[in-house]
Ligand binder design. Structure first.
Ligand code: CP3
Length: 349
């Protein structure tokens, strides 16, 4: 019987040889799948959906039933942490996440709690253990969290933002306060990810989706050190669990990320994979980076661009095929099939 040690995804993360690169897709669970939309209609409140282990498990497994993917990511959200810290999160239809009482003052940041993760976020552990038990033995389950910087962006801005001026202003005029917030999020995140690993997560991904809005100097001060603290803490407690960090559009950061102890680096579509490889050397796996706009087109165009991406990098070990960011809700199912087919049929010699 196949086991996790045969997993293409884990082997590629360890830069070991594989018959072909593994494929999974950021946001593969949810959004564009009709069976997900059907499930969501029955539980309209997104946070309630996340808090219900049976629903999170079902949403995690749905894409695996349709496509021969090489990893699953647990259905949850990066905003479970701010929710547990006292900055309650709600999702308004068409508006994205909203925090009505954001942590944008000294008073609010001091009020934030450092919750016991088993008590407040145990629903994620339950979803992971149930999903792990229901999954094929050789397919890894990815656990995840936001980077402290990216979580703080939502917590301080009160939701999504175009310019992030509230939190970026804080970085310049109240750096100590922002560090206090980032330290609190980091402590909760470490406990949260250890809980996910104990529940059965086989790899961890850190989503630093807004790392690229910082200047290199601010990134080095407000995002990188916290990614490092989390990675090092996990390495100490769970040395066999690989960590991937995705600092979207922080193109100055690749060689720095390669030195904080991660096994994998997520790459967005705005840079050539060969340039990133040249920056990081051969010992870190790269994951990405098809433009999510490509997969909105036609199977022929998806296939053409997927093969071009694979030509750039995929003949050498240490590569995981993926999009450069999350799959859009308008993606036609047949285009996902075309991506799978391109990865399966590519000439890797
Ligand atoms: O396969 C998967 O990726 C599903 C698990 C998952 C979700 N969110 C479910 C979700 C993961 C890994 C995330 C991460 C996440 N959440 C990030 C980091 C990754 C990234 O894409 O940048 C961020 C920034 C968030 C915060 C968030 N969650 C926003 C801004 C939104 C609304 C806008 C949007 O993208 O839809 C969400 C909602 C959300 N999270 C949905 C899903 C399936 C859509 C909600 C719905 O079904 O109504």
């Amino acid at each position: 019987m196949s086991t996790l040690s045969d997993s293409r995804f884990l082997r590629a993360l360890a830069c070991q040889s594989v018959d072909r690169p593994p494929l999974w897709v950021m946001r593969q669970a949810g959004r564009y799948l009709p069976e997900y939309l059907e499930l969501r209609r029955q539980t309209p409140d997104f946070m309630t959906f996340c808090r219900t282990p049976e629903l999170a498990m079902e949403a995690t497994l749905q894409p695996l039933r349709r496509f021969p993917l090489d990893a699953a990511i647990i259905f949850s959200d990066i905003l479970t942490i701010p929710d547990a810290m006292g900055t309650k999160v709600r999702f308004a239809p068409g508006e994205g996440p909203i925090i009505d009482d954001p942590a944008n003052s000294e008073k609010r940041i001091k009020q934030l709690i450092t919750p016991d993760v088993e008590d407040t976020l145990g629903y994620v552990a339950k979803a992971i253990s149930a999903t792990r038990a229901a999954m094929p033995a050789d397919i890894p389950l990815i656990g995840f969290a936001g980077s402290p910087w990216t979580v703080a962006c939502y917590q301080v801005e009160g939701g999504s933002s175009k310019l992030f001026f509230t939190i970026k202003k804080m970085a310049y005029d109240a750096p100590k306060l922002l560090h206090e917030l980032l330290r609190k999020i980091t402590a909760v995140t470490i406990d949260y990810l250890c809980m996910q690993i104990q529940a059965g997560a086989n790899a961890i991904m850190l989503f630093d989706s807004w790392g690229g809005v910082l200047s290199p100097e601010c990134y080095d001060a407000f995002s990188l050190p916290y990614l490092k603290t989390i990675t090092q803490a996990l390495k100490e407690k769970h040395p066999d669990i690989p960590v991937t960090a995705f600092s979207k559009q922080a193109h100055h950061a690749y060689s720095k990320l390669a030195n904080i102890g991660v096994q994998g680096i997520g790459v967005d579509w705005m840079i050539d994979l060969r340039d990133v490889r040249a920056q990081v050397g051969p010992d870190v796996a790269l994951q990405g980076n098809l433009d999510p706009a490509v997969i909105l087109t036609t199977p022929e165009i998806v296939s053409e661009h997927a093969h071009r991406m694979l030509d750039q990098i995929a003949s050498k070990p240490g590569y995981i095929a993926n999009l450069g960011h999350g799959i859009d809700k308008h993606t036609p199912i047949e285009n996902m099939h075309a991506l799978v087919e391109a990865v399966q049929s590519h000439d890797y010699s």
